[in-house]
Design a protein. Structure first.
Length: 67
């Protein structure tokens, strides 16, 4: 039971550490058109890869918990 709770806590941390920062960066860059001094290499592609990887990990964890 502890390990199942730990996996759900990991999913929550994934949301906090990956999905929310990517969403904030996307909104700041492309919705609000904010001009910043420093912008990492990659642009939209790196944000899409990060969010896709995060959702793949979450989907994988849910599949493991169902089996």
């Amino acid at each position: 039971l502890f390990l199942v709770g730990l996996s759900y806590a990991g999913i929550f941390c994934l949301v906090l550490l990956v999905i929310l920062p990517v969403a904030m960066a996307w909104r700041g860059r492309y919705s609000q058109n904010r001009q910043v001094i420093y912008q990492p290499i990659g642009g939209k592609l790196s944000l899409i890869v990060a969010i896709t990887a995060a959702f793949c990990v979450i989907f994988h964890e849910f599949l493991l918990n169902l089996l």
